[in-house]
Ligand binder design. Sequence first.
Ligand code: UD1
Length: 419
Amino acid sequence: MSKLCIRGGKRLKGDVIINGAKNAAVAILPATVLVDGISVIENLPNIQDVRILNEAMRSLGAVTQFTDEHTLEVDASTVYQHSALAECISKMRASYYLIGALLGRFGKAEVAMPGGCDFGGRPIDQHIKGFEALGATVEVHGNIIKAYAPKLVGTRIFLDVVSVGATINIMLAAVLAEGTTIIENAAKEPHIVDVANYLNMMGANVKGAGTDVIRIKGVEKLTGGKYTTVPDQIEAGTYMIAAAITKGDVYVRNIIPEHMESLSSKMREMGIGIEEGDDYIRVTADKELKATNVKTLPYPGFPTDLHPQMAVLLSTATGVSTLIESVFENRFQYVEQLKAVGAKFTVEGNKATIEGVEHFTPAHLHAMDLRAGAALVLAGLKAEGGETIVHNTKYIDRGYEAIEEKLNALGADVYRTAH
Ligand code: UD1
């Protein structure tokens, strides 16, 4: 398995281009099942989860073709299967979107249970509640979820927790249902709006995505079209933080600056320069960084997927910061790894208290999930006087396209080795 080796202490400078959003891509690809025609999806990130979903779509009978490394054509008119049971599917979180999409298209779905990063319990009761409200019967047999319905009929669904996955999944199941579905207490993340925009471009009638009430008027059929995936808010945030911890000067390009507001405002509070253009943010950090307090929340709050990266940034500030995780039960597995480079943490329940330190020391680190893996790379960029080795890069590669190339183009010294 490959490792990333980082000789830290280099000031990052230059431009980095952000790819399409992983969490939008992994929902839009299953959504193509609903289309009786060809979807051309542009600006897909070139990452493992996209490749797995491409294989899954093919196994369902879709005819797919990458026309370049970021564009996939999916002809789903040939889809005939309602079962997605391959082992690779059960390894990713987004496999659950195949349930909503197959149920919507065929009135039946059989999908291997979703996996993904381990942050404690990640129930899918709200997805199931939504499918049942639409008229489906849902059964869980071991590792397999089965859902079926003679027909799906629109209804009002109130989500008990604000869930990205449940909001999108119910939307997928409802676009071809009879009548109108109203999702209340819906999640508002940019990728929810993106999935709704994609579905609308294909002929669906989804209104209110991006607010907490989404109205879906069922239509008879979705036809094909071309769609460009929204930029990745989390990849952008990771490079913004990389610029700040290395006291750099970086233009993070091909983004929607408004999506970055919760991070940008925290970085400004810390004394970091944030200059916004139409589709870029310039990050400059030449002063001492001030400690601050951060709490993760559903969008537009501070994203839980930037929590571990933010922990690294707070570790480089002067003074004591706090970081509260309020979305997932357990997102602190990275703490022991960061302690190995010299970060000072205490964690009680869902709250970390972080005392800033001036220097990190190189160490051997082990990625345990995707975003924590990215945080360890950031720690390596800061650690001077040797090589920081980040093991288990498979987690990082699930969400970051060409991470070492992008960092090296900014002046970092990162290389990958197989041993
Ligand atoms: C998605 C993202 C993930 C991100 C998370 C929060 C994808 C593929 N993954 O994950 O990167 O960290 O949103 O922004 O897009 N919950 C329930 N019951 C449910 C569903 C969720 O109790 O049926 C709880 C979860 O345990 C969690 C909270 O709701 O505490 C939010 O989870 P959710 O927004 O659903 O996250 P995911 O869709 O799994």
